[in-house]
Write a protein of this length. Structure first.
Length: 252
């Protein structure tokens, strides 16, 4: 029996980083209490942050980071050819992420500002799915380790993979937080997919939508409420574009 193209044996896993801060990889290597159990489910053959092995016989490829150079496109395509299952991990890989802020300006201007007289070859930032087929996408900046563990266990044990079908507000309310809109702050929680345990809003910081939209967001109602609370159309648009996770929203 096969599931997502994988046989019943322990799958071989490779973890690869592209344009990113490597914070998602760090999350994978973190949380010592579950790390041994997690790693016992798979055979890591390539994971630069934790191992010197450089195997290319992986079945599952976990891709971290967005794509912003021509050589990254080639490397990504080679990984896709080798892997049976390709998983985009983190907001950079899923949506472009914080790196997408670069796309707000002309590429030559960005290059000059950052590298001065020594420009580098750099492209508009794009998510992984723009170049190769992505079988699973696990968003988050950074990813939620508990969620990734659950999903990888589901892949390995051939269980159904489920994501929350509700927004961050649900998790926020489970923590009995005062709504940040009532404290004069802006928050994308009502339209953003849960799964992070409302980590930002529980720390009194408005959600920036790093996990992207949930299954059935009511953007219209959300925009009406945000405007009623005094936030301008331009401000809402700017917040929505922070991680490039709401590119489907064409107008506010
Ligand atoms: S999603 Fe966030 S934490 Fe993960 S690599 Fe990108 S910037 Fe870093
Ligand atoms: S603070 Fe944000 S996530 Fe929490 S209830 Fe208010 S809008 Fe929802
Ligand atoms: S609260 Fe929003 S910005 Fe913060 S981790 Fe959750 S989805 Fe991302």
């Amino acid at each position: 029996m096969k599931y997502l193209g994988l046989g019943p044996q322990k799958p071989k896993v490779g973890v690869f980083d592209f344009t990113c801060c490597e914070g998602c990889e760090l999350q994978l290597a973190n949380k010592e209490t579950t790390l041994v159990d997690f790693l016992s489910l798979m055979e890591i053959v390539n994971f630069r942050e934790i191992s010197s092995d450089k195997g290319d016989d992986y079945e599952i490829a976990l891709i971290e980071g967005s794509i912003s150079r021509a050589d990254e496109i080639e490397r990504l395509k080679k990984i896709r050819e080798r892997a049976k299952v390709l998983v985009a991990i983190g907001t950079c890989a899923c949506f472009g992420g914080i790196n997408s802020l670069k796309n707000r300006y002309p590429i030559d201007e960005v290059n000059r500002e950052v590298y001065g007289e020594m420009p580098k070859e750099t492209l508009e930032v794009k998510p992984v799915k723009e170049y190769v087929q992505v079988d699973l996408a696990i968003p988050g900046c950074p990813i939620n380790k508990a969620e990734v563990e659950r999903i990888i266990v589901d892949v390995v044990t051939k269980a159904e993979i489920k994501f929350p079908k509700y927004p961050v507000c649900v998790e926020c309310k489970q923590h009995i937080n005062t709504c940040l809109f009532d404290l004069g702050q802006f928050c994308l929680g009502p339209v953003t997919q849960a799964g992070c345990d409302a980590v930002c809003t529980s720390g009194k910081m408005g959600c920036l939508g790093c996990r992207g939209p949930f299954e059935a967001p009511n953007f219209e109602a959300f925009f009406d409420i945000a405007k009623e609370k005094g936030f301008s159309k331009d401000y809402i648009k700017e917040r929505l574009s922070f991680f490039n996770a709401f590119s489907e929203v064409k107008d506010v």
